[in-house]
Write a protein that binds this ligand. Structure first.
Ligand code: HEM
Length: 495
């Protein structure tokens, strides 16, 4: 460890802390180390250095206030190979990143997001309907929902089923992409650059990258070309990609950039939102008291004769608290995405304990103050939207995501009871609250629970709302496969 670096665990020659670097769910080990080494500590990874920030004040100072210096990403050779350096989430702090980000903002500002509400609400009504009809498949219904919303916003083309062509192609490409990105999947190319030149026959990772690249390009450029074709035939539907295609010179975008911008937004918008909602269901099952209190609140404000609306949230402090608590309890991106400093920075902080009983879901903590901190703790360096990242790299999809989270959290609590599944003897099956995906973005692995409608009237309202959404859906239903068309016709008939 070079002099001047923050402290950290003892190092070995050459390896540094590499031998102790956690490969799975590193946030747990990072928190443990913070208790020993403080709110800012360093890990040596071979010749490289990782600085871990755990203290909220340090995050605010270095990542928000000094964002100009900390907005870069570490070099990532595999991302360059797979996406030609154009994956906005992983790309360096460069001119092309700025162009991609600025272009993305045209659809993601709070104002632009109000235009996406009709399709988000319609998709949310299908999500309730899907769960009502096949509750055991709630996990994939949620994945379809998130993917269909972002496809509709970007290309004006929805996915009526989880098995719809684009949705299947996307999740297959994502699986390959995550295999490539997994720690240990590639040799340490970024630390030892000469490894880049190992011939492909001895470097399986190169074949994996080529396969991922091919899958992503087929999907992302296929969707782009389909939109272009539609535009050429005068069949505009007002989606984002149409606008970018029409104004590409003004935005400074070329074909490669348009393809990968669509891609990174599908990637950013799909699993994140579904991980959040899947974690929420897990929490509702595991914490029946919190579920009951949320239901009591929504019954008081909304009642049983209509669905909740976004305006209702204003009247529901407990559900707002539950939304924040679910972010804290099981963050979708516990380590955000690593940043890289462009300059040396100096900063000293210690770690402070901010929460009472942090291991449990307790929405009430957010009724005390907006950061959920325990009485007497100074949480002034936190902010409620911290789960969406920091500085210039803060999540551009935050408003779209928050609308999805708000709508669906209210809908779930209003519509259903979530209880543990039972074994053949009728005993409740205990859920493993730590059975989570191990990637940089994380959500629970598929799990079982019972989901039942809270009343026959609510089931009826769900069906009616879904049928009434047909008009909104129809604007996003073109180029569907025969199976999708059949599904659409079949599902739009009152049961
Ligand atoms: C629950 C939902 C979501 C959460 C918790 C979340 C969280 C995050 C976090 C923590 C980051 C890293 C920020 C940083 O480096 O400091 C990020 C980046 C990003 N997110 Fe999200 N996100 C969500 C939904 C979305 C959605 C819906 C989209 C797309 C519409 C999206 C697109 C992106 C992109 C493109 C980046 C990379 C930004 C950059 O590097 O400049 N995210 N997100």
């Amino acid at each position: 460890r070079e002099p001047g670096l923050p402290p950290g665990p003892p190092t070995l020659p050459l390896l540094g802390n590499l031998h102790r670097f956690p490969k799975e769910s590193p946030h747990y080990k990072f928190t443990e180390w913070a208790r020993t080494y403080g709110g800012i500590y360093s890990l040596k990874v071979g010749p490289g250095t990782v600085i871990v920030l755990t203290d909220a004040a340090a995050v605010k100072e270095l990542m928000d206030k000094r964002s100009g210096s900390t907005a870069d990403r570490p070099p990532m050779h595999v991302a360059d190979v797979v996406a030609g350096g154009l994956n906005m989430a992983l790309s360096r702090y460069s001119e092309s990143w700025r162009t991609l980000r600025k272009t993305a903002h045209t659809i993601l500002t709070p104002q632009a997001c109000t235009k996406h509400l009709p399709i988000q609400l319609a998709e949310a009504s299908q999500l309730l309907h899907d769960i009502l009809c096949r509750p055991e498949a709630f996990y994939t219904h949620i994945r379809r929902y998130a993917n269909s919303v972002i496809l509709s916003v970007l290309y004006g083309k929805r996915a009526p089923r989880y098995e719809s062509r684009e949705t299947t192609a996307f999740f297959e490409a994502q699986r390959e992409w995550h295999l490539v990105l997994e720690p240990g999947a590639t040799p340490p190319i970024d630390l030892i650059p000469i490894l880049k030149y190992v011939p492909e026959r001895w470097a399986k990772w190169k074949q994996d990258c080529a396969k991922t690249r091919q899958m992503q390009r087929t999907l992302y450029f296929g969707l782009l070309d389909e939109t272009k074709e539609r535009l050429g035939q005068g069949e505009e539907n007002g989606c984002f990609m149409e606008e970018i295609l029409a104004r590409q010179v003004e935005f400074g975008m070329n074909r490669e950039m348009m393809g990968y911008l669509g891609g990174v937004l599908i990637e950013g918008g799909s699993d994140t939102t579904s991980f959040y909602l899947q974690s929420l269901i897990l929490a509702l099952v595991a914490y029946p008291d919190a579920q009951r209190k949320a239901q009591e609140e929504i019954d008081r404000v909304v009642g049983g004769h209509r669905m909740p609306t976004l305006d209702d949230l204003e009247e529901m402090p407990y559900i707002r608290a539950m939304i924040l608590e679910n972010h804290r309890f099981r963050p979708v991106a516990p380590l955000h995405i690593p940043h890289r400093a462009l300059n040396d920075e100096e900063c000293i902080y210690c770690i402070t304990e901010l929460y009472d009983d942090p291991e449990n879901l307790i929405p009430e903590r957010y009724l005390l103050n907006e950061n959920g901190t325990k009485p007497g703790a100074d949480g002034s360096d936190l902010r409620p939207n911290l789960p969406f990242g920091v500085g210039r790299r803060v999540c551009p999809g935050i408003h779209l995501a928050q609308n999805s989270i708000n709508i669906n959290t209210m809908n779930f609590v209003w519509a259903f009871n979530f209880t543990p599944d039972t074994d053949t003897q009728g005993n409740p099956i205990l859920l493993d609250m730590f059975d989570y995906h191990k990637g940089i973005g994380t959500g629970p692995r598929s799990f079982r629970c019972k989901i039942t409608p809270r009343s026959a009237e609510k089931a009826d309202i769900i069906e009616r709302e879904f049928l009434e959404a047909a008009d909104t859906f129809s604007k996003f239903e073109f180029g569907l496969s025969e199976e999708d068309k059949e599904f659409v016709v079949r599902s739009r008939v009152r049961r």
